[in-house]
Design a protein around this ligand. Structure first.
Ligand code: 5AD
Length: 329
């Protein structure tokens, strides 16, 4: 792996992407699974050094959608055909325990045909269990980096062992579980990627979220160089070849750094796209990094435009739940 990553030429990379895409075609066909992302709170009690909504960034205008607002977004999106909602937020103490469970429960009651994915960070095992029991199906908790020392530096006050314990707990509870890492953080080395990839192969998750680092000026990493798109695409292809059945998003961060980045991601083996459903007024304040691109699909027109564009690029927009292992050949 190290040899491959050290010496890869652009021809090699194209070949890698072709192989990854043709494997994806074999397993999933040309389908791109659509998820609706709701960034429901940018309050966060953590201080991840790369992240724009870290606790110590006093310039962020904090917001928190009410349960009613969230359910309204879900209802409109459900009418448009969305069948997966991804609730993402900082580690907000308001939506930490009971309120989070109650929200998930209501979503499950109102939209029983729809999958709920959570991306809400670390919680106690008991809360994870309650969330699962009350209808949450999937959980994204990126490991961020598998190097314990680097993990410590990037996440002041957090523990790598705790992170791993949370990830293991989620999987044991039967969540479809997603891990992943950031590409191109300062000081990151090729050997780090190798370790991240070997961890991913070994853990065999249902989903993997990776994307380039994008600096945010109001963080300790403000002004640092961004991650690069080519490396991200190479990582996507390797992950696809390591885990043929994995659900692999072409992430917003990738699309932010490169025009048509989502499609480059699909061509490299990605097969999931998250669309932002966060109401305007809030979504501008959910800046993990700067310059976040948003495809506006708040009405059916935007969604149809996207559908046409995806089809023009040779893919098929798929609004079904798209659970792990379904639709496989
Ligand atoms: N650049 C790229 N990705 C980031 N994330 C947070 N901040 C940044 C940034 N500045 C990622 C983390 C987190 C996910 C929700 O967003 O990996 O797990």
């Amino acid at each position: 792996m190290l040899y491959l990553l050290n010496d890869i030429s652009s021809d090699d990379a194209s070949y890698l992407h072709e192989r990854a895409r043709s494997l994806t075609d074999k397993v999933f066909g040309r389908k791109i699974y659509i998820r609706g992302l709701i960034e429901f709170s940018n309050y966060c009690s953590r201080n991840c050094v790369y992240c724009g909504i870290r606790k110590d960034n006093k310039k962020v205008q904090r917001y928190r959608l009410s349960e009613e607002e969230i359910l309204k977004v879900c209802s409109q999106a459900h009418d448009l055909g969305f069948r997966t909602f991804v609730l993402q937020g900082g580690e907000d103490y308001y939506y930490h325990n009971d309120k989070m469970v109650s929200l998930v429960k209501k979503m499950n009651e109102l939209f029983p045909d729809t999958a709920t994915t959570l991306s809400i960070g670390e919680r106690d095992s008991k809360i994870y269990a309650d969330l699962y029991k009350n209808g949450a199906n999937r959980f994204l908790l990126r490991h961020e980096t598998i190097d314990k020392t680097r993990y410590g530096k990037l996440h002041p006050g957090m523990s790598f062992d705790k992170r791993m314990e949370c990830i293991q707990t989620l999987r044991k509870l039967n969540f479809q579980t997603g891990v992943g890492f950031i590409i191109g953080l300062p000081e990151q080395k090729i050997t780090d990627y190798v370790d991240d990839l070997m961890f991913i192969k070994d853990f065999n998750p249902h989903m993997v979220g990776i994307g380039p680092f994008i600096s945010h000026k109001d963080t300790p990493l403000g002004g640092a160089e961004n991650g690069d798109v080519e490396t991200t695409l190479i990582m996507l292809s390797i992950i696809r070849l390591l885990l043929p059945k994995v659900l692999l998003p072409s992430t917003t961060a990738l699309n932010t750094l490169s025009k048509d980045g989502s499609y480059s991601g699909f061509n490299a083996g990605a097969n999931v796209l998250m669309l932002n459903l966060t109401p305007s007024g809030a979504r501008e304040k959910y800046n993990l990094y700067e310059g976040k691109t948003i495809v506006d699909i708040s009405d059916g027109v935007g969604l149809n435009v996207l559908k046409e564009k995806i089809e023009k690029k040779g893919y098929i927009l798929d609004m079904s739940r798209g659970d792990y292992s379904l639709g496989m050949h």
